[in-house]
Ligand binder design. Sequence first.
Ligand code: 4AD
Ligand code: MG
Length: 429
Amino acid sequence: MRIYINEAKNHVGKTVEIAGWLYNKRSSGKLHFLILRDGTGLMQAVVSKMDVSEDAFNISAELTQECSLIVTGKVSEEPRSPGGYELHVTDVKLIGKAEDYPITPKEHGTEFLLDRRHLWLRSRRQHAILRIRAETAAAMRDYLNSRGFVNLDTPIFTPNACEGTSDLFETEYFGSPAYLAQSGQLYNEAAIMSFGKVYCFGPTFRAEKSKTRRHLTEFWMLEPEIAWLDHDGNMDLMEDFIVEVVARVLDTRAEELKVLERDTSVLEKVQKPFPRITYDDAAKILKEKGMDFVYGSDFGGTDETVIGEHSDRPVMIHKWPADIKAFYMKRDPEDYSKALAVDMIAPEGHGEIIGGSQREDDLEEIEKRLDEHNLPRKYFEWYLDLRRYGSVPHSGFGLGLERTVGWICGTKHIRETILFPRMMHRLEP
Ligand code: 4AD
Ligand code: MG
């Protein structure tokens, strides 16, 4: 009977077959200790000269790292074996050879590994990170689905910018320019007028020329949008959302977090309430800490790290100078120079993971904003219709999946949190 490694506990004392790859091997005279991996876990298989045919023993002697194989044997409990179970082998079949596998247990440089990303994925650390990514994405969907949000998918080809024109990827669309989506938000705003609460979750594109550890040119964004929700309600939602998602990953992916040697005590502190400080407060903190920061500008990566430093949980910075934020954000009724925008900064220097705002719902105001941002009115007529026909107060946010996973996993660079990272200098493999 063929089983997966993570099912071994149900088959103690039985003879089973496991199909996988050779992760590692030790040999001593009449014994070979094979460490198998099959995507669900690692397991030690012991090949003893006494228990297998001469052929099978010789095959075991020749097996090399990453060859694929099918092993038959009896399952037993073995606390010293990875996963707690061991296989006493009766037969070994080599399926696919792997000669001179380039990634060995020794240290390799990052560029070397990125060039071999298709193989690097098999390593334990990368496997753990991507499992956590999948769990994080599932937890986010479950949170929203269970609260009546409708998942709708917004287009990738767009005729105009959403988040500013400086980092658009342009392509040709039957003789006219088109741009890869920077965000699905504007389409979500149309959808909520039909569905009330929606979200989109998909790849977004930014021609980021920054080579920082927080920037990809293609990344996944989860964007909830909610009718009848104001700025404070938006902050309540993102806070509750993050608390639940982090708790779920801690609960279900403990094994992977251990592989990553992640200090989970810092994630356990992610509890409500998160500090909510205004942009002005954040600017004061930077001044006190002697940072070289100009009031009215956006925070840089180091600024975010410094602001996040004094808190053991994410920090929400809100009420931003309106002129450095997107055209669609609503002005603060208490201070017209500010926008009802909020960024959530992750602790431990992981930077901004969420950007959101209450949206401008007044037709005249939003028309003014389009002009101020030099955005061609003709591409936004449909968007203005949303303010012409039954406009409502509404809010939403966008969460960067890779930055969130990078924080949960404690990775130095977000390039490890996506299957095949796309960055300014990397389009391959
Ligand atoms: O703050 P941003 O630009 O917000 C928006 O796009 C809004 N339209 C979202 C909304 O309100 N529906 O981007 C949102 C998040 C950031 O906080 C960050 O986590 C991530 O997207 N992000 C990136 N992640 C990786 N690489 C990049 N180049 C990123 N740019 C933004
Ligand atoms: Mg932002």
